[in-house]
Write a protein that binds this ligand. Sequence first.
Ligand SMILES: Cc1ncc(COP(=O)(O)O)c(C=O)c1O
Length: 405
Amino acid sequence: MSVKRSALEAAGKSYREEGISRRVRGIAVSAIKEMPLLAEKVPGCVSLGQGIPSFRTPEHIVEAVCRSLRQDPWIGKYSLGPGLPALRRALAESLREERGLELDPDREVCITVGAMEGLCAAMLTLVDRGDEVLLPSPNYASHIEQVLLAEGRPVFSPLRRQDWGLDPEAIRAKVSDRTKALVLCSPHNPTGAVFSREALRAVADLALEKGFFVLCDETYDFLTYEGEAPFSLLNVPELKRQVLGFFSFSKKYAMTGWRVGAVVGDGELLDQIMKVHDAAAICAPTPSQMAALAALEGPQDCVQEFRRILEARRDRVCRRLDAMARWVSYVKPKGAYYLMVRTHSLAEDSMTVALRLLHEARVITIPGAAFGPDGEGHIRLSFGGSEEELDEAMDRLEAWFRKNG
Ligand SMILES: Cc1ncc(COP(=O)(O)O)c(C=O)c1O
């Protein structure tokens, strides 16, 4: 029996169970990916769903790949498993400059098929059946499925409700003899929170005291709206042997479809993770690695520009939500491009609300329950879409709440 109700199941889809492993029966395609599948059957939808920025991959990246495809005989072939040496060197250099990380590109940087494959490979490498993995809740839906795929047990630790801040004491209360790892993501999907240095320091002390691994999902590390770059446990030298970082080119360079990311950390740990990477992927696509290299070596103003535009989109969506305060409330995001909207005027669960919004308002949102128990009562909105899309979606949401809220 599958243990969770997915959006597709809620909409009437049934899954074959006979002959399917317990591991796979126990997981679901995340609602983030299911809602667009359902929306295919609803004409004229606008999306506040999956976190896909509206931007095109910058021209200099596209050009560099086109040139390589024509000129470089190796680009259509497998790369080394851990990735193109030039890309590993460029990433190590960029992480030194931007994040103050000292990494050996030969031993401590491996290129993966997006941050996602790195996270999944790490989870399969570290987690045995019954091991517990701490997840601040709400949290990115796929982290939950990755723990379950490794036959681990997700243990949810609530974020502070007033600002979605990290709560080190709540995490401490959930640590047990079976705690194997903690997953952190800051700037945070789905809330847009940026966890404070003090809270992260306290969690670093806890990880050192208890000896569990920390998986830092750095997908949105470039995207904070207020002040400094986010602090990360990757910057705590004492944790070096028990912390891994997962980086992504998807959002920073508008490259979600290229599927390229990286895992960084202790070389001996990466050697083990690379066994899973080899079994699952062999290597990240070489043309995409070439694109990532061009992204790192090229001008960085596109990143500044994305940040400026997304900040304006955040403010645009927040103004519209403020006008809907009778029905909804939210915490203004400090990073990433998501917010969790509490649907306080509605009694229905978040899956029902998201399905109703899809069919009745033709707006794609993600049910908060997909992000762990503390996401219930919310829907997640992404403001990565264009201004026209956002305005149309907010018009529809407002009209729907006026009628049903
Ligand atoms: C928190 C988080 N981690 C990982 C990913 C996946 O990143 P990638 O496209 O690099 O696999 C996403 C994508 O939305 C994300 O939000």
